[in-house]
Design a protein around this ligand. Structure first.
Ligand code: UN1
Length: 496
């Protein structure tokens, strides 16, 4: 077999190997015989070099006018648009999801580039009255400095851009450490920013594993902020280190998203939403519908229609246009998902469909799991509490809206939820009482739009939001400015 192409890190505007000289490979989850490339296995030394480059670039960058900084992001969006098809195909080969969903990932990246580039011409502060005469008060945003951006593999273009875009617009300089499962897409994204002439050091790319490259980035004293999307476990470690070093830390972690189906719902729509929300990206979205909380009066028709819908799902390579359920990311994740299916069975939930790995013809070289639906899932079960991140969902029964909301709120997470109902009272009660950062009425739990803030309550995060105008808060400090033009010393709070 031909040796896979070697890719490099990008530091201070130059492509370079890791100091260790070592590489790791990126494989196609639908076909392990396809290796997409070799990537530098970086460690603390490479991280230090990248941080130094970002620090060097910072002073000049933070003085660059905001609209000028934002223009780079807009131009990157235009190139993404031109290269959408090529990037989408490579994304499906590197990460597995269906081509349709890869296109949506790139599209979300494009949309966000345009959106946040527009924010570069707003970047609003506020003016407010002063309590003293001849004094003017206002707030302005100030970049937090050098930041580390640590991204997951499930949205290899959109999620990095949720961080890179506002970091650039805000005037931060960054070190981007993408997930080791999708280094090719990260490299292509870096190339796009290079091609639009982003000044050296403003965005640096370091490939590698979490423990070897991510951890030194988080603990580097010159890094003023970390934006991390990933598991609760790693998020907690990241927050602990950042707390000790007094640095900004913004986390987007796991969830256990719920879809509530009331008896007055359009059951056909609710079933479509459940199938899409649970099995798109093979359930590997933090917004995936992993709990279906169905009123007992709707349960039988809902269950029957869902099983009929799932039985039609073709499982296979995401490049096959007929396929609805693509592979899971890697062997380790496949075993983890299968282990959870075993746990669910032991806990007494019933597998209505799926529940196993697919190994027959066409499945030999990939990580394929059948779409799995449990029934009889209850809140005390681990499968109802822990994020599985695979094509597994479970039906939970309820007899009232109050109980449905209580069940939905009964996990430590709170990212996305949905309710299917045609009743206005139920709708607003749900909006009011659901403890989730993203709430849908008669829409699936997945598919967030970029102009809305994205993030979760409780252990899903630590209060920050990505996307939307709120994304600038992740990368800026508020500065309160007072200008006294009285020509006197004036003392506030009534002192003479
Ligand atoms: C994620 O899985 O981390 O809402 C983000 C959605 C996407 C983003 C998911 N737009 O499904």
């Amino acid at each position: 077999m031909a040796k896979p192409k070697e890719y490099l890190n990008y530091i201070a505007g130059k492509w370079m190997p890791a100091r260790s000289g070592e590489f790791f490979e990126s494989e196609n989850p639908a076909d392990h015989t396809e290796v997409l490339g070799s990537f530098p296995r970086s460690n603390a030394e490479d991280v230090s070099e990248a941080v130094a480059a970002a620090k060097d670039a910072y002073q000049e960058w933070m003085r660059t006018p905001v609209p000028e900084r934002a223009d780079y992001v807009m131009r990157a969006g235009l190139i993404l648009e031109e290269r959408k098809e090529e990037l989408s195909e490579l994304m499906t080969r590197e990460m597995g999801k269906t081509l349709k969903e890869s296109r949506a990932d790139v599209q979300e990246g494009i949309d966000f580039c345009f959106y946040i580039a527009g924010e570069g011409r707003r970047f609003f502060g506020h003016t407010m009255p002063a309590e003293l005469r001849s004094k003017f008060s206002m707030t302005v945003r100030h970049p937090i400095g050098v930041v580390g951006l640590i991204t997951p593999w499930n949205f290899p273009i959109a999620i990095p851009l949720w961080k890179i875009g506002p970091a650039i617009v805000s005037g931060c300089t960054s070190i981007f450490k993408p997930a080791e499962d999708t280094p090719l897409l990260a490299t292509l994204l870096m190339e796009i920013f290079e091609s639009v002439g982003l000044p050296p050091g403003v965005l640096n790319l370091i490939h590698g594993y979490g423990e070897e490259a991510g951890a030194p980035l988080v603990s580097h004293p010159e890094v003023r902020g970390i934006s991390f999307t990933g598991s609760l476990e790693v998020g907690r470690q990241t927050a602990e280190i950042c707390a000790r070093l007094m640095k900004r830390c913004s986390l987007e972690l796991g969830s256990k998203n719920a879809l509530i189906v009331m008896p007055d719902a359009d059951v056909g729509l609710a079933v479509e939403a459940a199938a899409w929300g649970a099995f798109a990206t093979s359930g590997q979205r933090c917004t995936a519908t992993s709990r279906l909380i169905v009123h007992e009066d709707a349960r039988d028709p809902f269950t029957e229609a869902l099983l009929a819908r799932v039985s039609k799902m073709k499982v296979g390579s995401g490049l096959d246009p007929e396929v609805e359920l693509a592979p899971v990311i890697n062997e380790k994740q496949k075993h983890r998902v299968l282990e959870y299916i075993g746990i669910g069975k032991q806990e007494g939930a019933l597998v209505l469909t799926g529940g196993e790995e697919l190994t027959g013809p066409g499945y030999e070289n990939g990580n394929f799991i059948a779409p799995t639906v449990f029934s009889g899932m209850t809140s005390d079960m681990r499968i109802a509490q822990e994020e599985i991140f695979g094509p597994v969902t479970g039906i939970m029964s309820t007899s009232s809206l109050d109980e449905a909301i209580a069940i939905a709120n009964s996990t430590k997470y709170g990212l996305s939820c949905s309710i299917y109902t045609r009743d206005i009272t139920s709708t607003f009660k749900a909006i009011n009482e659901l403890e989730f950062g993203v709430v849908y009425i008669n829409a699936p739990t997945i598919g967030a739009e970029v102009q809305l803030p994205f993030g979760g309550m409780k252990s899903t995060g630590n209060g920050h939001r990505e996307a939307g105008p709120q994304s600038l808060d992740e990368f800026t400090e508020w500065k309160a400015v007072s200008v006294d033009f009285s020509g006197r010393i004036q003392k506030a709070q009534g002192i003479d």
